[in-house]
Structures are given as structure tokens and as C-alpha cells.
Write a protein that binds this ligand. Structure first.
Ligand SMILES: [Zn+2]
Length: 144
């Protein structure tokens, strides 16, 4: 018996804006959008690896409450992904990872004690509302 119906995945409602901080020496203690002080928050991020595996990570992020924006250092994630997947340094490619949402802490904890199949896991994910990129100009004089 063959069925052509595609399984529809119902993602949860989107929440948070997300930005990857590519700057090693920039901590984003202030929000790059509104300039208010960011807070440190533990957030359960979800990454997709090679479109085949979902990774849940409970990590300290910078968070701006006003903008609903999460910022995390790229180097921090690189380090984690490397440790998870790569014995060989040359195999590592950050572009194979796509950070696209968050899950509730209770689901994160559950995923640590039981193996949640990926079609179930995806339904726990709240995708980001959007992903923002910020570029920082080094301090100094600029000709306009
Ligand atoms: Zn802000």
C-alpha cells in the first residue's frame, strides 16, 4: 500500500529573533539594535546537522528583552559542534549546521533522558521569528 500524502510537520509558533556573533572580541553587552543592556540567559537552542539530525543545546546566550533577541558567539557553537562530531579537525564545516529555533527547557530535559525520534522532536521546536546579522565597524575615523 503506497500513500502519496506527505506528512505535514506542525512547528510551534515562532519566537525570538536570533543573531550569531562572529566577533571573537565583541561580547554584545549592549543590544546592537536598541543599545540597551543585554542579559545573560540559558536558552535551549536547536540546530540541524546536515538536514538529518536535530541537536538540542542548553546554552548561555545574550538576550535583549526589548527586542526579543538572542545573541550567541559563533566560536562557542563551533567549539560544541566540533566536540560533538569531529575527531578529525579537517572534517568540520560550520555551514553544515543550521541554528533555527529553540525548545522548552522541559523538553530539553526530557530529550536528555529519553531518545525522542526526530519526527517528534521537530514538533517541539519553536522556529526563530527571524535571523539577524549585525556588522560592527571598528572604532576609528571614517570618511563618509
Ligand atoms: Zn534590543
Amino acid at each position: 500500500m503506497k500513500s502519496k500524502t506527505k506528512k505535514i510537520i506542525h512547528l510551534r509558533k515562532s519566537r525570538y529573533y536570533f543573531s550569531l556573533n562572529p566577533y571573537e572580541n565583541m561580547a554584545f553587552t549592549r543590544c546592537p539594535k536598541c543599545d540597551k543592556k543585554t542579559k545573560i540567559r540559558k536558552i535551549c537552542l536547536v540546530a540541524d546537522f546536515r538536514r538529518s539530525k536535530l541537536l538540542f543545546m542548553n546554552l548561555q546566550c545574550k538576550y535583549c528583552q526589548d527586542c526579543d533577541l538572542i545573541i550567541i558567539k559563533k566560536s562557542k557553537l563551533e567549539h560544541i559542534f566540533r566536540n560533538m562530531f569531529c575527531d578529525n579537525e579537517n572534517d568540520f564545516n560550520f555551514n553544515e549546521f543550521f541554528i533555527f529555533g529553540t525548545i522548552d527547557r522541559k523538553d530539553f530535559l526530557k530529550s536528555n533522558i529519553e531518545n525522542i525520534p526526530s519526527h517528534k522532536a521537530i514538533e517541539l521546536v519553536y522556529p526563530f521569528k527571524d535571523i539577524w546579522k549585525f556588522e560592527i565597524r571598528p572604532a576609528g575615523w571614517y570618511k563618509d
